[in-house]
Design a protein around this ligand. Structure first.
Ligand code: BT5
Length: 260
């Protein structure tokens, strides 16, 4: 299935029913944010998919490697009625990516707050941006390295095809991802984040490990204990205090120091 024929193959009830495909775009997140500033309010669940991004973005002003013909670069626009949604949405999207990747016969793990790993290498990242105008919105951006070899420029990155030993149909993968996103989003709205967080915790590469929390110029170490219903990470610091860490403000590094 080609990326351009996604719509005919999509099985969701509402997510991605409004869909834009771009052969190349600066950033799929930016596209939805631009639409939010325009005269027409874009639909809840609108999706943007691109084959290539010229300015793909990570968190904290970082760059997302987005070559053509290989990856999935996609963003979903949501109007969640709940506050404090960004951190939960990051974990929720990670869980949806993990399920879609499992459908390719792989065993992904989730690194709080926004990375999907295969082994100790990153195959996907999530960037949630949120605001309140014209109404509370969240743009959930997902970058997934699907086909081709990993780039030697990013020694900590991998691709699904590299891990699976075979090429993967990006169109079918996107449809599966949209299905899982819709499933976890509806479950969150209906019954809260508890069930999704249980699944997230059982896929976590972070919980139960020693981590270093990097915030601006400062850093401290501790033991990652749990995530709470808002998606915040609870860490037991070396002085025994329990500290709550919210995504967006920090990066974490495993004790082995090999990964940010
Ligand atoms: C992320 O940021 O992991 C969020 C990435 C979100 C990308 C999607 S693509 C669709 C949508 N539109 C956008 O413009 N963005 C979203 P962060 O945790 O800050 O990780 C960024 C770091 O990961 C970089 O500094 C690199 O070290 C590394 N990196 C960059 N590109 C990568 C790739 N393709 N695969 C793995 N690692 C990568």
């Amino acid at each position: 299935m080609e990326l351009v024929s996604l719509k005919q193959n999509l099985k969701t009830d509402w997510l991605g029913k409004t869909l834009e495909f771009w052969p190349v775009i600066d950033s799929t997140n930016q596209r939805l944010k631009d639409l939010l500033k325009g005269p027409l309010v874009p639909a809840h669940g609108m999706a943007v998919v691109a084959d290539q991004q010229s300015s793909g973005r990570g968190r904290l002003g970082r760059t997302w490697w987005s070559p053509p013909g290989q990856g999935l670069y996609t963003s979903f626009l949501l109007y969640p009625p709940k506050d404090k949604m960004a951190a939960v949405l990051s974990l929720l999207a990670g869980m949806a990516v993990a399920r879609a990747v499992e459908g390719c016969g792989l065993t992904p793990q989730l690194k709080w707050p926004n990375d999907v790993l295969l082994g100790d290498k990153k195959c996907a990242g999530i960037l949630v941006e949120a605001g309140f105008v014209p109404r509370p919105w969240a743009v959930v951006g997902i970058g997934l390295n699907v086909n081709g070899p990993p780039t030697s420029d990013l020694p900590q990155a991998t691709t699904l095809a590299y891990a699976a030993g075979q090429e993967i149909d990006r169109g079918a993968l996107w449809c599966s991802l949209a299905n899982w996103m819709e499933h976890y989003y509806e479950q969150w709205q209906d019954t809260g984040s508890g069930a999704m967080l249980q699944e997230w915790s059982s896929h976590s590469a972070t919980l139960g490990t020693w981590i270093t929390v990097l915030s601006g110029a400062t850093s401290w170490s501790g033991y990652a204990e749990s995530v709470d219903e808002d998606g915040a990470l609870w860490v037991r610091a070396q002085d025994g205090t329990r500290r709550r860490v919210l995504s967006g403000e920090v990066s974490i590094r495993t004790a082995q120091g090999r990964y940010i």
